[in-house]
Design a protein. Sequence first.
Length: 592
Amino acid sequence: MSKKVIVLGAGYAGIEAALTLQKKKKKEDDIEITIIDKNTYHTLLTELHEVAGNRIREEGVIVPLRDIFKYSDVKIVQDEINGIDFENNKLLSSSREYHYDYLILAAGSEPNFFGIPGIQEHAFTIWSYEQAIRIREHIRKCFVKASQEQDKAKREQLLCFVVGGGGFTGVETIGEIANWVKQLCREYGVDRNEVKLILVEALGSILTNLKERGAKKSMDYLVNKLGVEVLLNSAVSSVTADHVEIKTGRVIPTKTLIWTAGVKANSLAEKLDINRSRASRIVVNEYAQTQYKNVYSVGDISAFSTGENQILPALVESAMQTGKGAALNILADIRGKEKEKIKPKLHGVMVSVGAFFAQSNIMGRELPTWLSILMKYMVNIHYLFGIGGFELVFRYIKDELLFKQQDKFLLEKHYSVMTPAFWLVPIRLFLGYKWLMEGIEKVQQGWFTKALLAGLPGADAGSSASVTDTGETVFRIISEHTPGWYAWIATNIVIPNAILFQVLIVLAEIGIGLALLSGTFTFIAALGSLALNVNFLLSTGMYEYDWWFIPAALCLLGGAGRAFGVDHYLMPYLMKQWRYFVRNRKIKLWLR
């Protein structure tokens, strides 16, 4: 009988656990993998602030589970579990029971309000897709009401936005709001000086997971560039619908408090008969096992100890490593092999304050701002490629670079303009025709049979691409403007092997021509066109009538084969094929 493995929760840890089981299982393991979550999608929690601050569309932070587990054996169940019978190996919802042989608890975490009066009733949290949208719409509504409000005190409340917590989420959230506020002020006729942005932190500094220098630079950027007031050593003592009170005695009139200052394990943990640590996190051993040997706990809901009583922090990297480790240990147990201790290795942390500022500490090194921004994108791309392949990567790039909701700067306004691909069809066909004719002409000239490539004729510095020398036609690939390094390659490698390189050039020209005409692998064909033109520039230069090849090829890099071309069908098929191969380690010709 198949062993039933259930993963409870489709967060970072749960997704990693389910995918690892799918990837590493063998036919003889005979396991049935099920992932259960109350939602039908996976939420990119680290990007929610971009929705709250209206930088990207809300669709940009969710990934349907059916897309992640397509072409896999993982069964997806949408349900909300409210109890677990560990003695009888059952998960309990309001309407169903689910039997398991192995269970991975990956239910994640939720805000911790620390018993502060009024905060749960009146504060916003940013812990889900819906909450991020709620914050965005609330901020917009505050500007609408403020633009119509005549009472100065009420207007002040509406235009004061407070974020509680100076950790990563708090800093990123206030940074996004600060960037969006400039646009909102213009749209609703509000003076920017009327808007107050306040970050409240109970400790003496923000971003304590960063090194002091990085935290200070982030603080300076918030205060001096974005106009945020940062209150340190200022714990929130109470909250009402109209104000936030600080323990120092200061009262901040506001309709908006976004709470990011506390985190605890999912409240499900408190309902379970299971050993828990601080913040309700479930106690596990070095294999991520709970007191029940067939039950594992991973990610934010798990109190995984790294030694010296240090609990693994609630980070994405922590979640993924424990999720993967638990899955591998379950497979080891099923196979009767020894389990391996999970040894998490955290590579670093990073924080982005809007789209144009970031700080990071990677492998103990502080990266410059521009590289930190790039690393933020690369980390997200790497993760999305792992769970969903090229489609998710392309969608992420579009959301971040093309569909940005906030004000666009000069270059962004231009490169984010979307043009229908069918307008590129004429230039694609014409460039393809020209390359095909170039190749056919060379075949007729005997490029497949005679060595026709030559260097300079003695001391002559002629730069013609082809000359007649003693009655024989040759093609000069070295001229007076050819760089020395290129001339050396041509003289010592290309010319002695002329026929080989002639064949390669002709095949490249014909191949590029056919690819462009049919719209097949258009991006690669356009790159090939650029490469050949650069080669010609380095050797003999280009004739006047050839210069247009370069801008034409650049235009075609934007997916010109999607309209009236094979790429319209081929690229989606190849993306599906790649995902199927990653999930199953084999190829299936017909995919839906």
